[in-house]
Design a protein around this ligand. Structure first.
Ligand SMILES: [Zn+2]
Length: 132
């Protein structure tokens, strides 16, 4: 499902950051910890929209708090059973939707504020240790 309002809000945030209108903070607004960067060097600080009709009103959440936010909606994680990964289902669904539109994993990772290997694993569902 594509939501043009969501997409517009997200790209507005991206443009605002590029233009210096919005500044991505160093600290998460909830846990007050720095979000850090993914293995690809992208920030894991995520501008979370509560209202997509207000595209520049975002709550800055680190990736972990964003995961919690998603779990609050009662979604749970694929991969939870093996105790190794905790991907919130809503996030996985969203990544798969993005992938279905033909976006490359790097772009999906950028949109979701996570790193590319996470996006790849979430979309493909492959999370087994590689055979030695
Ligand atoms: Zn946080």
């Amino acid at each position: 499902m594509r939501d043009p309002l969501k997409q517009r809000a997200r790209s507005a945030v991206k443009r605002a950051i590029t233009a210096g209108v919005l500044v991505r903070p160093d600290q998460c607004s909830r846990c007050k910890k720095p979000a850090g960067t993914g293995s690809d060097g992208r920030s894991l600080m995520h501008g979370h929209h509560h209202d997509y009709t207000k595209p520049l009103e975002v709550e800055w959440l680190c990736f972990h708090c964003h995961v919690e936010e998603t779990n609050e909606q009662g979604q749970y994680a694929i991969g939870e059973r093996n105790g190794r990964t905790k991907y919130p289902e809503a996030l996985i669904v969203r990544m798969r939707e993005l992938r279905a539109t033909g976006l490359p994993y790097a772009k999906i990772a950028e949109i979701c504020g996570c790193d590319i290997s996470y996006a790849w694993k979430a979309v493909t569902g492959i999370n087994r240790k590689r055979a030695a």
